[in-house]
Design a protein around this ligand. Structure first.
Ligand code: NDP
Length: 274
């Protein structure tokens, strides 16, 4: 029997990238999945991908919604309950580094950008967690948040507000994990490094520039020692591991870093000096 057979999973941000890959893996492993995003065309691509892989229509709930709005969040939860009658797993994956349209960088970026960035990467996760809590108490469920190595201890002037949001998300993961484990709900997170998805496009680069970005990062082992940008499924497999109580039941409030070694590198490389 597939390991997520009979489980119901909401995966935010599954119209693209890591969320799409996680939705495919969960559905192939037998889960009912609620897939979602704002872009209806891309969301339909995810739905078609699942159907083509042999997943039945009855196991898919596809919802166009903005996860930063109360109505979008309610729609996700209510349609999931209407179609599948329960919620076992919440994957808080939707996220982005939102660019300032004026071209401002660093702390010159507008406070509106700060607010939108925090609303998407932090507040929507808090709101979804609060709303799904009673349903996960019933199922003794799991939450997996998708953070970023940008939330770690290195400075991130290029992604300044995004990195603040992900740092705060890491603290929310730890604290909500301890708060919710008394109900039998587990919370953990994944912190990816560079992964080739729509992320860089959403951060303001066009397709050509995004390709160059990934090529550059992979070619510089001081950036990614593994010498390759991550694939969405590299992260999706970890999401499934953390959502699988048989495999990871004793992991509570932790973040697994998957970054090809990036965070172990110091900017101060010795190079020829040695
Ligand atoms: P993508 O841009 O490929 O996917 C992001 C997803 O989030 C899309 O499905 C997008 O859907 C959705 N989304 C964005 N804003 C909203 C919103 N307001 N309401 C609903 N859905 C929204 O990027 P990734 O797959 O890479 O990103 C997934 C997660 O991984 C994010 O949390 C990101 O911060 C994190 N991450 C990614 C890294 C990378 O290098 N790729 C590195 C570290 C962390 P739509 O546009 O249809 O609304």
């Amino acid at each position: 029997m597939p390991r997520f057979c009979g489980k119901t999973v909401i995966i935010t941000g599954s119209s693209n990238g890591i969320g799409r890959s996680a939705a495919l893996l969960f559905a192939q492993e037998g889960a009912n999945v609620t897939i979602t995003g704002r872009n209806s065309d891309r969301l339909e691509e995810t739905r078609q991908l699942l159907l083509k892989s042999g997943v039945s229509e009855k196991n898919i709930n596809s919802v166009v919604a903005d996860v930063t709005t109360a109505s979008g969040q309610d729609q996700l939860i209510n349609t999931t309950l209407a179609k599948f009658a329960k919620i076992d797993i919440l994957i808080n994956n939707a996220g982005a580094s939102i660019p300032d349209a004026t071209g401002a960088t660093g702390i010159d970026q507008g406070i509106d950008i700060y607010q939108k960035t925090l609303q998407l990467n932090l507040q929507s996760v808090i709101e979804m967690t609060k709303k799904v809590k009673p349903h996960l108490i019933e199922t003794k469920g799991e939450i997996v948040n998708i953070s970023s190595i940008a939330g770690g201890s290195h400075a991130q002037p290029d992604f300044i507000y995004y990195s603040c949001a992900k740092s705060a998300l890491d603290q929310f993961t730890r604290s909500s994990a301890i708060d919710l484990i008394k109900y039998g709900i587990r919370v953990n997170s994944v912190s990816p490094g560079v992964v080739a998805t729509g992320f860089i496009g959403a951060a303001g680069l066009d397709n050509e520039a995004a390709k160059k970005f990934y090529k550059h990062m992979a070619a510089h082992k001081e950036c990614i020692p593994a010498g390759v940008a991550g694939k969405p499924e590299d992260i999706a497999n970890i999401i499934l591991f953390l959502a699988d109580r048989k495999l990871s039941s004793y992991i509570i409030g932790q973040s697994i870093v998957a970054d090809g070694g990036s965070t172990l590198m110091m900017a101060m490389q010795f190079g020829d000096a040695m």
